[in-house]
Design a protein. Structure first.
Length: 250
């Protein structure tokens, strides 16, 4: 593959996913780490993308106005999501009463659970099924079913949440920004997240690098309202925040 062709492909991937890791570029383009780094340095110098620690991201802030289908999201950033999910699952302790939000990364947490004396509440039908099959006492919120995210949303779900006090809550997210907080495209889903977060003593947002500097239509919490669990910070503007946990550095 010619240099120009390879760099164009890198730009297309950055445009599609908003941020990409060095490893994902190596896997996608079948090239070495040194080649990826050389291309990213050149594209950064040309002002065509922003080179960040561990990869690159689109130069402009991106807005997301709709959810991708679950089937598509499950295939993206799998390695990063598994690392995040494994660490998040390790935070659950005996006697915890946990809210597990809908999402592809929160779903992966179920594979890594080791503590059995835990009760779960979730708005994700698939999560509830897997948790129950694994022997956990599980409560599924009632309300409107949203097919694209496989989540239960709406006023009934919000009202159900108000009676709970969770020791820990684990949340999916579409956009993460210091200015615009944690956001998601759908107002009904945002209200469920907001209510569950308020009801959680400890709050964790599971965030692969592609979610940083993204903005969705509805904010459900301020940027500092929850610990962010990610593989690595995507962008120098996030380095000084103490509530971001980078599992690649633990």
């Amino acid at each position: 593959m010619l240099t120009e062709e390879r760099q164009q492909k890198i730009l297309e991937l950055v445009e599609q996913y908003k941020s990409v890791s060095t490893q994902s570029l190596m896997d996608e383009l079948h090239i070495s780490e040194s080649t990826v780094r050389r291309d990213l340095n050149m594209l950064h110098e040309q002002g065509r993308l922003s080179k960040v620690r561990g990869g690159a991201m689109i130069k402009t802030r991106s807005y997301r106005t709709k959810d991708d289908e679950v089937s598509l999201r499950k295939s993206m950033y799998q390695d990063e999501k598994r690392k995040i999910a494994r660490y998040a699952a390790s935070l659950i302790e005996a006697e915890d009463f946990v809210y597990l939000d809908a999402g592809t990364t929160t779903e992966l947490m179920i594979e890594y659970l080791t503590e059995q004396q835990v009760v779960f509440v979730t708005n994700a039908v698939g999560h509830a099924k897997r948790l129950s099959e694994s022997g956990y006492t599980t409560y599924l919120l009632g309300g409107e079913f949203k097919a694209s995210t496989e989540a239960v949303v709406g006023d009934e779900a919000v009202e159900s949440l108000k009676k709970y006090n969770f020791t820990k809550g684990f949340f999916g997210v579409n956009g993460v920004s210091p200015e615009y907080g944690f956001s998601t495209p759908d107002v009904k889903e945002a209200m469920v997240k907001k209510t569950a977060m308020v009801s959680s003593a400890k709050r964790f947002v599971l965030c692969d690098p592609s979610k940083f500097s993204q903005i969705s239509c509805v904010k459900f919490a301020d940027f500092t309202n929850a610990v962010i669990i990610t593989t690595e910070v995507a962008g120098e503007e996030y380095v000084h925040f103490k509530h971001i946990m980078e599992v690649n550095r633990l």
